[in-house]
Write a protein that binds this ligand. Structure first.
Ligand code: UT7
Length: 335
């Protein structure tokens, strides 16, 4: 009989740029105030790249370097890399190609996956499928975004929310009943107008007109997205419970996409998961799009122990949303 493999996370790496953009600095840039930002979003500061030469791939490469160090592996040991990003270095040439080159992943092939804030969850399942097939022994899955490249720092609706960052996980084969167990994902383009970068793609190529009309920046209808995010994340988490015959009491840790503290709290409440079990770092990093979940896993990895049940959930542009259920296994670095 063919061996059945699961994909488990065995090492992690994360990186945020050193430069901190505080709420007080934003008060000087747009009509806002720190009290409003903290009370409405939970964000106290975010990290942004302040060097024009630094791209999304550079954030990803730093996260990969930390992951390899954590794994005690050389870059030549990696077979595949998937980069979830909606801020690729280039429209053509995948960010994964650049990451393979800069990180020295000489034996890996790589591909990008773009599903905005849900990108990492989707990429995690794609990477896990390669391992479950038995064809690959390891895959690095990265969530990385340099949001500052597509933010209009004159638009208070968006500039207070987003930050830059990258997180990476190493997936490896296991025959144990652990690792990524299940997911419920949804994608529906009818939500696209509410959270979008209008120009720079094939429909509206960049032009002087798109630049002048600020169509190359993120625009968002916050209230619509807010409501849809709570509903979408709650519903897909509940479907995961049902499919796997588990309940909120079985969950040790909820790792939600970090878009707004009030969204996170509402999802936790809807699922009856107490706040002590919810991992939150939005206060320090803001919304780093595809990077929020891997950055959270990396930030809090010392709190997770083998056998813990983790529920990961995200909502983002598209709309795209979903939930993944995983059982934490031993990391390479564990004694
Ligand atoms: O990661 C992808 C998914 N993205 C999300 O999940 C984001 C979802 N949306 C949100 O997080 C929230 O909708 C925002 C944080 C974007 C906005 O918060 P809100 O509580 O929905 O605010 P609102 O848009 O309903 O605006 C409330 C008030 C308005 O004033 P009035 O009309 O009540 O006088 C706004 O003009 O707050 C005002 N406002 C601000 N005030 C100070 C809006 N933005 C700001 C601001 N500073 N930055």
């Amino acid at each position: 009989m063919r061996t059945r493999y699961n994909a488990r996370i065995t090492a992690l790496g994360g990186y945020v740029p050193e430069h901190i953009l505080t709420n007080h600095e934003l008060e000087e840039m747009v009509d806002t105030n720190s009290e409003w930002i903290v009370s409405r979003t939970g964000i106290k500061e975010r990290r942004i790249v302040n060097d024009a030469q630094v791209a999304t791939s550079d954030l990803a490469v730093k996260a990969v370097a930390r992951l390899l160090d954590d794994a005690k592996l050389g870059p030549d040991a990696i077979e595949c890399v998937i980069v979830a990003t909606s801020t690729p270095d280039y429209i053509m040439v995948s960010t994964a190609s650049v990451v393979c080159e800069k990180a020295g992943l000489v034996n890996a092939w790589g591909v990008d996956s773009n599903a905005a804030c849900s990108g990492f969850l989707y990429a995690l399942t794609l990477g896990a499928s390669l391992i479950e097939s038995g064809r690959y022994k390891n895959v690095i899955v990265i969530g990385a975004d340099k949001n500052s490249a597509i933010i209009n720092y004159e638009d208070r609706n968006t500039c207070i929310l987003f930050g830059d960052g990258a997180g990476a996980v190493l997936l490896e084969q296991t025959t144990e009943e652990e690792g990524l167990i299940d997911n419920v994902f949804k994608t529906d383009g009818c939500g696209k107008e509410h959270l979008i970068v209008q120009a720079g793609g094939s429909l509206n190529p960049s032009s002087i007109e798109t630049i002048n009309n600020k169509l190359n920046f993120i625009s968002q209808n916050g209230r619509v997205v807010f409501k849809a995010a709570i509903e979408g994340m709650t519903q897909t988490c509940k479907e995961v419970f049902k499919r796997n015959d588990i309940s909120s009491e079985d969950i040790d840790w909820l790792i939600p996409h970090q878009a707004n503290l009030r969204i996170i709290q509402s999802v936790g409440d809807n699922l009856n998961i107490p706040i002590e079990k919810v991992k939150i770092n939005i206060d320090r990093y803001g919304n780093t799009t595809a990077a929020t979940i891997p950055l959270c896993l990396w930030d809090f990895k010392n709190d997770f122990k083998a056998g813990d049940k983790l529920l990961l959930t995200a909502f983002g542009a598209g709309f795209s949303w979903g939930a993944s259920y995983l059982i934490w296994g031993k990391l390479r670095g564990d004694a």
